[in-house]
Design a binder for this molecule. Structure first.
Ligand SMILES: [Zn+2]
Length: 257
């Protein structure tokens, strides 16, 4: 017998299935990530059709089965994220962050902390905050859910929390300038970038104001985060590659002009 329940959630992605049907992955607040089957609608303007657009937050009326596919019967309190759907850069970041959230945790396992972080992050990008910075903040915070958060709090040798720091694979964390000597293969990252990544790990999403970061520091932040993900997470997400390519195309366009 069908047991319908109302669950709040955010659409991570939507895939077409056959002619008119959809497979929709939704990160629900109380039950974790669930794959839903949505039978094609003859009227694509319907409420459910609106609600299954990527990154939309809604209360879904769902028939949830523990074995096999679950089904969506309706939706209400629909909050679309238009800018995330229409702007190519914001869309690329939202797609990547959703894929990252999908990769970090098991299905059918609630994770309130990650749910709130993803929703707040996507909301800030939709509101016009710097997409790359918000994405970097979530990348750093998500390391915890992959179970590989490096020591960003203090020097991995002496525990000092203030000063100039670099990142070391050998120590799985940061080193203060007095202990750079402990790892000759330390990353030689711009100390300002290390400082900001330490801040990203602890900053609360509702405290984020306008952040202005120099282009060269931003590149160093990207280099360090990409390095940590390569070394410790080892994901190869198509959506990340797409963002990297967007930057390459942009650079090429700048050079040509
Ligand atoms: Zn030290």
């Amino acid at each position: 017998m069908a047991h319908l329940e109302e669950v709040e959630g955010i659409v991570l992605y939507r895939r077409k299935h056959r002619e008119r049907d959809f497979l929709v992955k939704i990160f629900t607040k109380k039950l974790g990530k669930i794959m839903f089957f949505v039978r094609g609608s003859k009227r694509p303007q319907g409420e459910l059709y609106q609600a299954i657009q990527p990154f939309t937050i809604a209360t879904f009326i769902a028939d949830i089965r523990s074995n096999g596919l679950s089904f969506l019967r309706g939706a209400k309190n629909i909050e679309p994220k238009r800018d995330l759907q229409l702007d190519i850069f914001n869309n690329a970041y939202a797609t990547y962050l959703s894929a990252l959230a999908d990769a970090a945790i098991e299905d059918h396992t609630p994770n309130y902390k990650m749910y709130d972080l993803l929703i707040e992050g996507l909301h800030l990008i939709d509101e016009g905050y710097e997409n790359e910075v918000i994405s970097n903040i979530l990348e750093v915070k998500f390391l915890e859910f992959f179970g590989v958060m490096p020591n960003l709090r203090s020097c991995s040798v002496c525990g000092k929390t203030r000063g100039t720091f670099d990142y070391s694979d050998k120590f799985h964390g940061i080193l203060c300038s007095e202990h750079f000597i402990e790892d000759s293969r330390r990353l030689h990252v711009d100390p300002e970038a290390v400082h900001l990544i330490r801040l990203f790990a602890v900053i609360q999403m509702d405290r984020i104001g306008e952040i202005s970061i120099k282009e060269s520091t931003q590149e160093e932040i990207r280099r360090l985060i990409d390095h940590i993900y390569d070394q410790l997470v080892g994901l190869r997400l198509k959506s990340k590659k797409f963002i990297d390519n967007l930057y390459k195309w942009e650079d090429t366009l700048k050079k040509d002009n």
